[in-house]
Write a protein that binds this ligand. Structure first.
Ligand code: FO1
Length: 345
């Protein structure tokens, strides 16, 4: 098993997970359950972030934090369990905006984050603070501290992400997507440090929506380059099973963009970035003949046992790919990003 430099406790090096909200957070939780806390860094999409009711809202970060802290609502997947909605009801009584539902418990996160940011402290600092306060041992980092916003180009014009996703319930036809600010956004410092860690074991792209949740990462040229050049295994878990999205509007968006809803399309989407793809066992035939290593296994995560099994299998697959590339070209599997490259980042 090639898993980077062992730490003083003999643990393999860290795993970097890239994820969006509800769907991806399930695998991040599985990884959290099977790894030691210090072995996991979760980098989270911030393209969905927005300012609403004068508050700074980071939905995917909060979903990952609540999920790993064990306080996420198990049915909705977003927001907190045992939520009450008195604030929202009172806001509605005053004729305020209620299309984006902020629960009473959840509200504290937005108020405190807004205060942090107003005092010039970054989103990375707030995420680390909130994770620590809620008892999470793993590191949770926003993909960037800079402003980067996903804009959905539709037949009805351009819509900011949450207006498309929540207010319009993904109804408008998508013709394109753009990631405002991506060209100049810098990946978060901890994300770059983790990517350049010689002990890094693997990079896992969680089964999040490639267009809405992962492309905002890849739209940052520096990050796309660093992932493409990484000597470590980069493994994606497909977000679709048998031609349908596991969660959310991925298949609707792919159809509207004229992209076949297949695991082949996912492999093509991540070409040049990934060196392994995990697809559902039911899609084994379709994935046969892909030009990258494929692991076929049940990928639907309904229970804790499902999440843990998938996390373990993904890690073993990554280790196997690292071992194969080490055997083919000894030494290259552990080459870190060099300092000149780090400076460029
Ligand atoms: N999703 C909804 O479908 N409706 C909501 O009213 C809503 C409110 C909300 C509040 C806080 C939060 O952290 C997430 C919230 N989400 C809501 C989820 C969010 O819009 C999406 O899941 C993500 O942005 C997509 O990953």
């Amino acid at each position: 098993m090639i898993d980077g430099t062992a730490d003083p406790n003999g643990l393999p090096g860290p795993v970097l997970a890239l994820c969006g909200g509800v769907g991806g957070a399930k695998l991040a939780l599985g990884l959290y359950q099977v790894l030691a806390p210090q072995q996991l860094v979760v980098a989270v999409n911030t393209g969905d972030d927005f300012e609403h009711l004068s508050l700074s809202i980071s939905p995917d970060l909060d979903t990952v934090i609540y999920t790993l802290a064990g306080i996420a609502d198990p049915v909705r997947g977003w927001g907190r369990a045992d939520e009450t909605w008195n604030f929202l009801a009172s806001l509605g009584d005053l004729g305020g905006e209620t299309w984006f539902r902020l629960g009473d418990r959840d509200l504290a996160m937005h108020v405190e984050r807004t205060r942090f940011l107003k005092h010039g402290r970054g989103l990375s600092e707030f995420a680390a603070h909130a994770a620590r306060k809620l008892g999470i041992g793993a590191e949770i980092v926003p993909m960037t501290d800079d402003r980067l916003r996903t804009i959905i180009v539709t037949g009805e014009g351009e819509l900011p992400f949450q207006h498309y996703f929540v207010e319009r319930q993904c109804a408008p036809e998508v013709t394109a997507l753009r990631y405002d600010g991506a060209e100049h956004a810098r990946p978060a410092a901890r994300l770059i440090e983790t990517l350049s860690d010689p002990a890094l074991r693997a990079i896992i792209i969680c089964p999040s929506n490639p267009y809405l949740s992962i492309d905002p990462f890849l739209a940052m040229p520096m990050l796309r380059g660093a992932l493409a050049r990484s000597p470590k295994p980069v493994i994606a878990v497909a977000p679709i099973i048998a031609g349908r999205a596991v969660k959310g509007p991925a298949s609707k968006i792919m159809t509207e963009l004229g992209i076949p809803v297949t695991t082949r399309s996912i492999a093509a989407h991540y070409r040049g970035i990934i060196n392994g793809l995990v697809v559902d066992i039911g899609d084994a035939d379709e994935a046969r003949g892909l030009d990258i290593p494929v692991l076929t296994t049940p990928i639907l995560m309904r229970s804790r046992a499902d999440r843990e099994r998938l996390a373990r299998e993904v890690l073993a697959f990554a280790d196997d790919i690292a071992a194969r590339s080490e055997a083919a070209a000894p030494g290259t599997a552990s080459v870190p990003i060099d300092s000149a490259e780090k400076k460029a980042l």
